[in-house]
Design a protein around this ligand. Structure first.
Ligand code: AMP
Ligand code: MG
Length: 581
C-alpha cells in the first residue's frame, strides 16, 4: 500500500523536474549572404538549413517512411461495426476510419522543419513533392498506416457529455525515430468518423493556423505540448458560424499533421468507466502505464495509484507552466486534458496581455469558467474526474490515498508557480519574503493592467542601474507599471533583494531572466494578422511567426520590425476567438 508519505515524496521529487527543450536546428538568417535573393515561399524557406542533414541519414523518400498501428490494434479490440457513419460505439478503444481527402488544389501553408527532421527523421526536402501534400492531408496513406479514430468521452464545462471521440481526426499510426522516441501521427480536419456527431469532420484555416503556430511556439517556450509537423490549406468550402450569431460564412478546410507521444486523454478512461467496461479500462491503463510511465512497475498492485499520483503532479506543474507564460487554454474540458500532461487540442486559447486573473480567451465561455485565474481549479476538477474514472479499479484504501493525493494538487501548483515566478524575477536562493514580492508585483500589474509578457521581459532587459534610476524610456510595459503609486516601494524591495545575492552579477541576473521571460508570444493580433493573409493564400506571415517563435527568448530584427514586441495595436482589443473551428 502507498503511504501518504511515499505519495508526497513522489510528488515533491517529480515536481522538481525541469523541462529542457533542445534547439537543434538553425535557420538561415535573412540578412546573411547565403540567404540573399532566395525564394521566400514556405517550402524554400524551410529547406534553407545550415544543418547538415545528410550526416543524420534523414529519409528523402516518403515511400520509405513507415508508420504502424500494430501496437494499438494488437493491444485493444477494434470497433466491430465497420463503415463511416455516425453511431454510438461500445467495447473498443478505436474505430477504423479513413480520412476523406480535401478538395481543390492543396497548398502547403507551413511545415515544421524541427518536427519533420527532429521527430520523424524526414529530410525537409521531401516537402516539395505533391506526394507530401497528399500524405499530410489524408489523400494518401503512409506505408503501414491503418487509420483509426479514437473513442473517448469527457466532461465539458462541468457536465458529463457522453461519447465525443475523434470526430475530425485520424490517427495514422506511430513512428519510432532514431532517438528511440515513439510519436503518434494524427491528422486533424481530415473528415468524418463514427464520432463526428453533427460536425462535418473539417477544420478551417484560422483555427488550423493557430494550432500549428501555437503548439510549435509552446514547445520552444519549453512547455510540454503536442507538436505540429505541417499545415495544408485547401479550397474545400467549409461552413462556419464563427461567433454563433447566425452569420454563417464559407471558409476553407485545412489539415494539420500533429504529433504526440500519445493522444489518450482523461476522457479516454472516463468513457470506459462510465459505461462499466472495466476490463477495457484496465487494459487501457495497463497499456498507458507500460508505454509511457516506465518508472511505474506494471505488475505492482499500487500501479494505478502511482499513475494517478504522477498525473496529478504533472498536470499541476503544467498548469503552473501555462501561467508562467500567461497562456490560457480556453477549453479545459476533460477530453482536452492529456494523460501525459502535455498541452493538447489548441482551440480558443490566448496569451494574456494586460495582467488580469479574469482573462477569458474564449468568447463562448460566458461564465469565465476557464479564465486564466481559474485554470488551476479546472485542472483540479479534471483530476477529480480522473479519480472517479479510476475508482472501480482501486480498493477502498487506495481510493482514500488517492483522495489525499488529489488534495495535494493545488499545493504542487503553488510550489511550481513560486519556483517559476521566482525565476522570472531572477531571484536566487530562498527568502521568506519572495512570495510576497511576487504577489505584490502581480497586484501592481493587475491594478495598472500592465502587459504580462513585456513587464517581465523589460525587468529582465533593464540593468540594475536603469532600475535604480527609474529609466524606463524604452520600456512601455514598465512605464504602465510605474504609474502605480506603490511601484517605487516595490522596486526598492526588489533591488534590495537582488543586492543580497552578492555573488550574482547583474549581467548574469539579466541573462537568467531573459532565458525564461520571452520577448515574443503568439498574441491574438499576431495570429490574426497571419491568418488574414493565409486566407488569401499568402503564408509569409505564418512563416515569419513560426520562425520567430522558435526563439522566443532572443531579440530578433525581423520581429522588432514587425512590431511583435510593441504595445498591441488598437484593433487587437476588438479581437474575439470562439469555440468555432
Ligand atoms: P474540440 O472542441 O475541437 O476539442 O472538439 C470537441 C469534440 O467535438 C471532439 O469530439 C471533436 O472531434 C468534435 N468536433 C469538433 N469539431 C468537429 C467537426 N467539425 N466535425 C466533427 N467533430 C467535431
Ligand atoms: Mg478536443
Amino acid at each position: 500500500m502507498w503511504s501518504l508519505q511515499k505519495v508526497l515524496l513522489f510528488t515533491v521529487v517529480t515536481s522538481n523536474m525541469i523541462i529542457i527543450s533542445v534547439h537543434m536546428v538553425e535557420f538561415c538568417q535573412k540578412d546573411e549572404p547565403d540567404c540573399q535573393g532566395q525564394d521566400t515561399s514556405p517550402s524554400s524557406h524551410m529547406i534553407n538549413s545550415r544543418w547538415n542533414t545528410s550526416i543524420l541519414n534523414l529519409k528523402r523518400n516518403l515511400d520509405h517512411f513507415r508508420v504502424s498501428c500494430e501496437k494499438l490494434k494488437g493491444a485493444f479490440p477494434i470497433d466491430q461495426v465497420r463503415g463511416n457513419f455516425i453511431r454510438s460505439v461500445t467495447n473498443c478503444i478505436f474505430s477504423e476510419a479513413f480520412p476523406t481527402p480535401l478538395k481543390g488544389p492543396l497548398r502547403l501553408a507551413a511545415v515544421s522543419k524541427d518536427a519533420l527532421e527532429g521527430l520523424l527523421d524526414l529530410d525537409v526536402a521531401v516537402i516539395v513533392s505533391d506526394e507530401f501534400r497528399q500524405y499530410v492531408s489524408g489523400g494518401k496513406l503512409f506505408p503501414g498506416s491503418e487509420p483509426l479514430a479514437h473513442r473517448y468521452g469527457g466532461h465539458q464545462f462541468g457536465y458529463w457529455a457522453g461519447q465525443l471521440g475523434d470526430g475530425r481526426a485520424h490517427l495514422l499510426g506511430h513512428y519510432t525515430n532514431r532517438k528511440g522516441e515513439t510519436w503518434e501521427l494524427q491528422l486533424k480536419g481530415s473528415g468524418k468518423t463514427p464520432y463526428s456527431r453533427s460536425g462535418d469532420g473539417r477544420a478551417v484555416v484560422r483555427s488550423s493556423v493557430r494550432e500549428f503556430l501555437c503548439s510549435e511556439a509552446m514547445y520552444f517556450l519549453g512547455i510540454p505540448t503536442s507538436r505540429a509537423a505541417s499545415l495544408v490549406v485547401s479550397d474545400e468550402p467549409v461552413w462556419r458560424d464563427q461567433f454563433y450569431n447566425g452569420n454563417v460564412k464559407t471558409e476553407r478546410g485545412a489539415v494539420v499533421l500533429r504529433l504526440a507521444k500519445s493522444w489518450f486523454r482523461i476522457g479516454s478512461l472516463e468513457i470506459l468507466s462510465q459505461n462499466g467496461e472495466l476490463d477495457l479500462l484496465r487494459k487501457l491503463l495497463n497499456f498507458v502505464i507500460a508505454e509511457h510511465f516506465p518508472s511505474i512497475h506494471s505488475n505492482k498492485s499500487d500501479k494505478y495509484l502511482a499513475f494517478y499520483t504522477s498525473v496529478v503532479n504533472d498536470t499541476a506543474c503544467l498548469m503552473a507552466e501555462w501561467m508562467s507564460v500567461g497562456f490560457a487554454h480556453g477549453v479545459c474540458n476533460t477530453d482536452n486534458f492529456s494523460l501525459l500532461s502535455v498541452t493538447i487540442d489548441y482551440g480558443p486559447f490566448g496569451f494574456m496581455e494586460a495582467y488580469d486573473p479574469d482573462f477569458v480567451p474564449n468568447t463562448s465561455d460566458d461564465e469565465g469558467r476557464y479564465s486564466i485565474g481559474a485554470q488551476a481549479h479546472a485542472g483540479l476538477f479534471n483530476m477529480e474526474k480522473l479519480l472517479d474514472a479510476l475508482r472501480p479499479l482501486l480498493s477502498a484504501a487506495q481510493q482514500e490515498v488517492a483522495e489525499m493525493v488529489l488534495k495535494t494538487f493545488l499545493d504542487i501548483y503553488q510550489t511550481r508557480m513560486q519556483q517559476l515566478f521566482k525565476a522570472k524575477l531572477g531571484l536566487l536562493g530562498e527568502n521568506t519574503e519572495d512570495q510576497r514580492l511576487v504577489e505584490h508585483l502581480l497586484q501592481l500589474m493587475e491594478d495598472t493592467r500592465a502587459d504580462f509578457t513585456m513587464t517581465f521581459r523589460q525587468l529582465s532587459e533593464a540593468s540594475a542601474h536603469q532600475l535604480r534610476r527609474r529609466n524606463f524610456t524604452q520600456a512601455w510595459a514598465l512605464q504602465d507599471l510605474a504609474s502605480h503609486g506603490r511601484f517605487s516601494d516595490w522596486l526598492n524591495v526588489y533591488l534590495l533583494r537582488l543586492g543580497r545575492e552578492t555573488h550574482d552579477e547583474d549581467e548574469d541576473r539579466q541573462a537568467r531572466m531573459k532565458s525564461v521571460n520571452p520577448r515574443y508570444v503568439l498574441r491574438n493580433w499576431m495570429a490574426e494578422s497571419a491568418i488574414r493573409k493565409a486566407e488569401r493564400n499568402d503564408f509569409s506571415e505564418v512563416a515569419l511567426l513560426h520562425d520567430i517563435l522558435r526563439q522566443p527568448f532572443l531579440t530578433q530584427a525581423s520581429a522588432e520590425q514587425a512590431g511583435y514586441a510593441d504595445k498591441p495595436p488598437w484593433w487587437a482589443h476588438q479581437l474575439k476567438v470562439s469555440c468555432s473551428s
